[in-house]
Design a protein around this ligand. Structure first.
Ligand code: ADP
Ligand code: MG
Length: 216
């Protein structure tokens, strides 16, 4: 699978002038993590929103987004097969750990309903969270919640993944481990991944091409 951004430009309709906030041209191959670095306010989250189909007023986009050869610009978010991981784990507090993952797995038609619990248990075990399916999410540490958040993203079986400053809320000890683990998971699944960050260490750890946005 390849994620291709073809002259994808993001505009803020409220700002004066016709210049886009940013413009990106990149083709991301299976198993590659491309990092886009830019300061806060440079439009990084808006770019990911556009790719996921979640861009809202006052922003607009031009250009094309392809998964392999299929143009996905006009698809609603749930049909795009794009998984997003944010800096906050954003787990559902009223559901336990297993339910959080099951929620995303429902979208994955390759996994029969009868298989879900077994798959969830195996996913949790593979990331060192065995037997945590019934735990309330607030009883997990920040690093554990971050791992559950990635499992939830992957459970929907996305064709490409977007990471929005995924490590910036983690403490220094968890951060290095989590970086290594996330990139391993993405590589293992051969997913094309686009990460936006203002942290050079994140971009270096990703091991792929780095695109630096010009200062705003
Ligand atoms: P980044 O993720 O790089 O920090 P964002 O994409 O969140 O940047 O925001 C880009 C710019 O648009 C910023 O200057 C931000 O202040 C502005 N912005 C974000 N959301 C809105 C909004 N709902 N209305 C108007 N301006 C916004
Ligand atoms: Mg942002």
């Amino acid at each position: 699978m390849t994620l291709k951004l073809d002259n994808l430009a993001i505009y803020n309709k409220n700002s004066a002038g016709k210049r886009p906030l940013l413009e990106v041209n990149v083709e991301i191959k299976a198993g590659e993590v491309v990092s886009i670095m830019g300061p806060s306010g440079s439009g990084k989250s808006s770019l990911l929103n556009a790719i996921a189909g979640q861009l809202r007023e006052p922003f607009k986009q031009t250009g094309c987004i392809y998964l392999n050869t299929a143009l996905i610009d006009d698809l609603p978010p749930y049909k795009r097969k794009i998984g997003v991981l944010y800096q906050d784990p954003l787990l559902f507090e009223h559901m336990n750990v297993g339910e959080n993952i099951a929620f995303a797995m429902v979208q994955n038609k390759q996994i029969a309903a009868s298989q879900r619990q077994t798959r969830i248990a195996a996913m949790l075990e593979s990331v060192g969270l065995a037997d945590m399916a019934t735990r309330p999410v607030h009883s997990l540490s920040g690093g554990q919640q971050a791992r559950v958040a990635l499992l939830r993203t992957l459970a929907a079986s996305p064709s490409a993944v977007l990471l929005d400053e995924p490590f910036s809320k983690l403490d220094i000890n968890t951060r290095g481990q989590m970086r290594k683990w996330v990139f391993e998971q993405l590589l293992k699944r051969q997913l094309p991944t686009l990460m936006v960050t203002h942290d050079k260490q994140d971009a270096i750890a990703a091991g792929g091409r780095i695109i630096e946005l010009p200062p705003c």
